[in-house]
Design a protein around this ligand. Structure first.
Ligand code: PNS
Length: 162
């Protein structure tokens, strides 16, 4: 059974993330979406809220081989715990490469048998990030098309009340 983990902050989960997840779902038997619970970083949404929003998007997309969880600690330890031999990451532009290159080097050092698989973002999402969503939504802009429809209301309300 080919198990992978798609890790991230997902604060919030975007259409770009969904696109990467769609690719992973078609290639792996089981995909864990791992929401990083980083107590040191102030996030807009709690890990529980992020998990709920991703679960809604997964259900709307009819993905049947996805489990959504939050994790803390090292990614490779989490991957080992759930039996994942692959990590999934998305690449939008060359600027992502430097960061991903570093993460990959660290993870390989810690756990050489876990491989990272990268999916190039759909060009229509190359500008899209969670920060962009927060910037636009925070100014009352329309975030439709940037995040899954099922989460627009929750995200807009939170960003407007910040
Ligand atoms: O969506 P992000 O914020 O770019 O995801 C970063 C993430 C979650 C993949 C990375 O921060 C991570 O794996 N954190 C867990 C701690 C860890 O394993 N650190 C070593 C590799 S950087």
């Amino acid at each position: 059974m080919r198990i992978c983990v798609y890790p991230g902050s997902f604060d919030p989960f975007t259409e770009g993330h969904l696109d990467v997840l769609r690719n992973a779902v078609s290639l792996f038997d089981c995909v864990y979406v791992g929401v990083l619970n980083n107590a040191a970083k102030r996030a807009t949404f709690t890990p529980k809220e992020r998990v709920q929003m991703i679960e809604r998007a997964v259900s709307d997309a009819d993905f049947t081989n996805v489990k959504v969880e939050s994790f803390d600690g090292l990614l490779v330890d989490y991957a080992t715990r759930i039996g994942a031999s692959y990590i999934i990451r998305g690449l939008r532009a060359i600027t992502d490469f430097e960061y991903e290159f570093q993460i990959d080097a660290i993870n390989r050092h810690l756990q050489p048998h876990i491989q990272t698989v990268y999916f190039m973002a759909n060009p229509s999402h190359s500008f899209l990030s969670s920060s962009t969503v927060k910037e636009i939504g925070g100014y009352g802009g329309n975030i439709r098309g940037l995040v899954p429809d099922c989460n627009i209301k929750m995200i807009t309300e939170r960003l407007m009340n910040q």
